[in-house]
Write a protein that binds this ligand. Structure first.
Ligand SMILES: Nc1ncnc2c1ncn2[C@@H]1O[C@H](COP(=O)(O)OP(=O)(O)OP(=O)(O)O)[C@@H](O)[C@H]1O
Length: 615
């Protein structure tokens, strides 16, 4: 699955996008940005104008009342502008620094939670995610800096024009000289930006690796192996080598930035020095009044600031905009499934529906060959199917296709005679209760983990019934808080930890609570003790009553209570039939069953013996 969505984002489109986000989060932010820009020019302008007015008034011998009025008025204006600037800056910093970043985090979380599972799992998307995450965390975070950059750019441009006008009125030559030196500076900054852009892909990859190694080193699930196999030195070595490569690249970027800043400083010195010398020459030769000299002298000093401000802000804005592209590229990866209103799902008497696979195949993204191919299968309403096969045969892949987490790369799956891609993705999910091998617990109480709903919407009697059926009620009733006991210790101090088998029982209770017409169980008893496992087998008919069920297991004896057994081999259905039929045909299933049956009681399993008594 290619993650190139073919969309490019122009600078203008990124600016509009960012403005829209900020406007939705808090319109006041953008208003304050504009106020900050305008006052940011007005304030220093009034400051440099004040000495000229004082000198001009003194030289003109104005009346004391007029003098106090004009100077006092200027001082008052300065105080008002200063307060406005402080307020606008405070509001902007607070808004862009928290609210807007949180808004972006909220948007990305919504994307993680609702995108197609197939996209979420794909390596291409993970890479895009790393780039976007890096962009969100960077010092130049577009989330916070685009409005601030624009505000500062606007302030610098206005300052440049206002001060430029003052200088031009004295001598146009000075402004040409200042503009040429600014052009040279821009070239230096462009080079720095080019280095940053060229190395961004690689820096992002290295950063992703560092982050992954950090994550591995602190995950308790990997912590056992790290200690018992002494993986610490290996992990440290890999981290060190990636860190060195990452530091080298970051150093390249920092050096580019430093060179640009150095050239700015040197050029500013030459530029301002020459301009001041020229001014002094004009004053000494009576070609300029003292008031104008003071005004232009201050204007030239500040003009250089506006100029380098424009260059710096433009460069930072470019960087922020390209980082915004990274975030948008991540957010805009399209879903492959139908998320619009789809074909009406079967309901009432039509449940559970028939599911048909016609020439279905699936190739994982970037895989060399298909994991599954040419699968033809009809699952009748209410049928109990068992799927068996060696490790890596494709059993889990097949059920992910069935329950809509993957879209077939070949062939068609229909449900109730309708191509499943025509149903709305989330409505289609509602038809399946699935227990996967890897069980995810959410940081709420046991009841919430079973119902997957908030307490207001949880039916507690139903929760207890499902816990009873899955065999977890004995454990839960022994807990002080019963089904209100919290799970996930990382989040809640008073949470409990469940064992592997208990988690599996909880997952089964969750599947039963959902009460969907199709129940799919992928090795649901792998972690259960023999008695608990046997109870599940004995209750299987009750657990799956009125539903279509699909059961994956390596314990071949357990598949005997199913109507049909499918053996997956070499990416296809190699054998299909009842246990007796498959045993009679003497194929792979019979061979696997015979190998396993050596471990049963007394070495043999007779046809009539309870096949669930595993040693
Ligand atoms: N996300 C993935 N990306 C790429 N390849 C994958 C992915 N998941 C599984 N595979 C590959 O697909 C093949 C089938 O995997 P699958 O999990 O369907 O096997 P399985 O029959 O359920 O195995 P097991 O009995 O060990 O659970 C394996 O070779 C595996 O490497």
């Amino acid at each position: 699955m290619s993650m190139e969505n073919g969309v490019t984002y122009s600078a203008w489109s990124n600016i509009r996008y960012s403005m829209r986000q900020h406007w939705r989060a808090r319109p006041l932010t953008l208003i304050c940005c504009v106020i900050s820009a305008l006052v940011g020019v007005g304030l220093p302008f009034v400051s440099i104008l004040m000495p000229k007015i004082v000198i001009d008034r003194i030289i003109a011998h104005v009346a004391p009342g007029e003098f106090i009025l004009s100077v006092g008025g200027m001082a008052l204006l300065l105080a008002v502008l200063s307060c406005m600037k402080s307020y606008a800056d405070l509001m902007t910093t607070e808004s862009v620094g928290t609210i807007s970043i949180l808004k972006i985090l909220q948007t990305t979380m919504h994307k993680h939670l609702h995108m197609d599972y197939e996209v979420l799992e794909s390596p291409g998307y993970a890479k895009l995610g790393e780039k976007a995450w890096r962009a969100m965390q960077s010092n130049h975070s577009p989330a916070s800096n685009i409005p601030r950059n624009l505000s500062q750019l606007l302030m610098n441009v206005l300052g440049f024009l206002a001060y430029g006008f003052v200088i031009v009125t004295v001598h146009p030559l000075i402004i040409i000289f200042l503009a040429v030196s600014a052009g040279i500076n821009w070239l230096a900054l462009s080079r720095a930006r080019k280095t940053e852009k060229e190395t961004r892909e690689e820096r992002s990859k290295l950063h992703g690796k560092l982050w992954y190694i950090q994550k591995v080193s602190k995950e308790p699930s990997g912590g056992k192996d790290v200690r018992l196999y002494d993986l610490g030195s290996l992990i440290r070595g890999v981290f060190q080598s990636v860190l060195m490569r990452s530091t080298k690249k970051e150093h390249e970027v920092a050096t580019g930035d430093m060179k640009a800043q150095l050239s700015d400083a040197v050029l500013s010195l030459i530029r301002d020095g020459a301009a001041y010398a020229f001014l002094i020459y004009l004053l000494l030769n009576d070609k300029m009044s003292l008031g104008n000299f003071v005004l232009v002298f201050a204007a030239i000093g500040a003009f250089a600031g506006w100029l380098s401000g424009i260059l710096k802000n433009a460069s930072e804005l470019m960087r922020s905009l390209s980082e915004m592209s990274d975030i948008r590229a991540y957010l805009d990866v399209p879903d492959l499934s139908n998320t619009d209103a789809g074909h009406k799902l079967p309901s009432g008497d039509l449940l559970p529906p028939a599911i048909t696979l016609t020439d279905v195949g699936y190739t994982y993204p970037e895989a060399e060959k298909p994991t599954l191919h040419g699968i033809n299968l009809e699952i009748k309403p209410g049928e109990r199917i068992a799927i068996v096969g060696a490790n890596g045969a494709g059993k889990t892949t097949l059920i992910k296709l069935l329950c809509g987490l993957y879209k077939p790369t070949d062939g068609v799956i229909t449900l109730g005679g309708v191509d499943v891609t025509r149903y709305n993705r989330d409505e289609y999910f509602s038809l399946f209760s699935t227990v996967f091998q890897d069980i995810h617990l959410f940081c709420c109480d046991i009841a919430g983990n079973v119902s997957q709903q908030s307490p207001d919407h949880t039916e507690y009697d139903k929760v207890r019934k499902c816990l009873e059926m899955s065999g977890l009620m004995d454990k839960v009733s022994g807990l002080t808080k019963g089904e209100s006991t919290l799970l996930v210790r990382r989040v809640h101090n008073d949470a409990i930890e469940l064992s592997g088998g208990e988690k599996q029982k909880l997952a089964l209770a969750r599947a039963l609570y959902k009460d969907a017409p199709v129940i799919i169980l992928d090795e649901p008893t792998a972690a259960l003790d023999p008695i608990a496992e046997s109870e599940i087998y004995q209750r299987y008919a009750e657990l799956t009553a009125g539903r279509t069920s699909i059961y994956i297991s390596h314990r071949l004896a357990s598949t005997r209570f199913c109507d049909r057994i499918l053996l997956i081999e070499d990416g296809g259905i190699a054998e299909c039939g009842t246990h007796d039929e498959l045993m009679r045909s003497g194929g792979k299933y019979a061979e696997m069953f015979d190998v396993q049956s050596h471990y049963y009681k007394d070495g043999e399993v007779s046809e009539n013996e309870d096949a669930f008594h595993l040693a």
